[in-house]
Ligand binder design. Structure first.
Ligand SMILES: *Cc1c(COP(=O)(O)O)cnc(C)c1O
Length: 397
């Protein structure tokens, strides 16, 4: 998955364009920039490649989520439903918006369980935020149906599934808005960066303004531009956008490599009856950034992780013991460890999370192993890795 593995001349060329004129900011300074608008160009690339009307770059995937929630009008008193298996950015952005996070179980797709979503809806629910974890998609048809029935908005966190699709549509473009991350370990990297995408014209306009202090971006004198509402600064720099522009041109190549490597590993592991794989609602749309599988018990899963180390297999994890991706280790959330006071409503929501159990997710995550698919492996290396993975798993059965 990490695009940094294939950082090269294309990224250096785009960066040099920016360094040569020294305009490191994405807005203004028209005369000095020799026609270079890297952030603008990258947004257009995203709009074209994803067939989406609006792409707004931001400083990170987290600020892309913050922006998405703001343009959807999420704030004090609202509830946002999110899965209990995701990156911490999900609840961070919801809390930053002033809304309350409501956590639900995942199912064997490793993404939010639509039945759990439906059961969690209250009169305060405003947004359902599925996270396409580890490269593949949530049950988007079922989630869309629920949102339609209850008049809710759908925000897709596609930060880990860049380039994946569902029934022929790119992930991130199916909900009311979607978010990407271009941090250093994602499929396409800017170093740091993110994007909000949407087909809603009002959301698109508001994303552009909100992420730059409310600037209306009319005319070419920033000092006299006006503001219709309060915004903030989630701008990406031209330097970061330049790296992303070099990277995104290799997007198809990256996804093809991931799919090829993924297929070799999955075929090898399929020969072991004790191994089962995550359910993928649309196999063809898997971005294949990870290969995720289950062992029959948590004990066997722990043993496989140990055996992988012995057999020299890196980049494979069991998220049950991970501090950043699963509710079990989010003590800071459950114990409401905040540097500043939170609203009564958020405090209550976090107490509810502390009282909640996630037995279905505990079972799945404790038996799961997710392996990163790298871009830089040679075919020989992938084949060798596949046979060592099989040997490692068989050694503990
Ligand atoms: C990486 C990631 C984010 C946040 O992205 P940053 O650019 O690191 O802020 C959000 N959600 C998910 C699922 C992620 O993997």
């Amino acid at each position: 998955m990490p695009g940094f593995e294939l950082f090269g001349d294309a990224e250096r060329k785009e960066l040099n364009d920016v360094l040569e004129n020294g305009v490191l900011m994405r807005y203004g300074f028209d005369g000095m920039r020799n026609g270079h608008w890297k952030a603008k160009e990258l947004e257009i690339e995203i709009e074209n490649r994803f067939s989406v009307k609006h792409a707004q770059l931001t400083s990170s995937g987290t600020t892309a989520l913050n922006t998405a929630l703001a343009i959807m009008g999420v704030g004090a008193g609202d509830e946002v439903i999110m899965p209990c298996f995701t990156f911490v950015a999900s609840f961070e952005s919801i809390i930053a918006s002033g809304a309350s996070p409501v956590l639900v179980e995942i199912d064997d797709t490793l993404t939010m369980d639509p039945k759990a979503v439906e059961a969690a809806i209250t009169s305060r629910t405003k947004v359902v935020m599925p996270v396409h974890m580890c490269g593949a998609m949530a049950e988007l048809d079922a989630l869309k149906e629920i949102c339609k029935k209850h008049n809710l908005l759908l925000l897709e966190d596609a930060c880990q599934a860049f380039g994946g699709s569902y029934n022929g549509k790119m992930l991130g473009t199916i909900g009311d808005a979607g978010s990407f991350s271009f941090d250093f370990v994602k499929t396409i990297t800017c170093g740091e960066g993110g994007a909000v995408i949407t087909n809603n014209d009002e959301y698109g306009l508001h994303a552009d303004q909100y992420s730059d202090h409310g600037h209306d971006h009319i005319g070419n004198d920033r000092g006299v531009e006006s503001h219709s509402y309060m915004g903030t600064n989630y701008r990406i720099s031209e330097l970061h956008a330049a790296v992303g522009l070099g990277q995104i041109k290799k997007m198809d190549e990256f996804i093809n490599i991931q799919r090829k490597n993924h297929s070799i590993l999955k075929t090898a592991l399929s020969t072991i009856p004790e191994v089962s794989f995550r359910r993928i609602p649309d196999e063809e749309g898997d971005s294949c950034g990870f290969l995720s599988f289950f062992m029959p018990t948590a004990e066997l899963s722990d043993k496989v992780v140990e055996a992988f180390k012995e057999f020299g297999i890196d980049a494979c994890w069991n998220y049950f013991n991970n501090n950043w991706h699963y509710i079990r280790k989010w003590d800071h959330l459950k114990e409401i460890k905040s540097l500043y006071p939170l609203s009564d409503q958020i405090n209550k929501a976090l107490q509810n999370i502390n009282d909640q159990n996630f037995p279905q997710s505990d079972d799945l995550i404790s038996r799961n192993i997710s392996c990163l698919i790298k871009l830089s492996w040679t075919e020989e290396e992938v084949k060798d890795r596949a046979s060592r993975m099989v040997q490692a798993i068989k050694s503990i059965l």
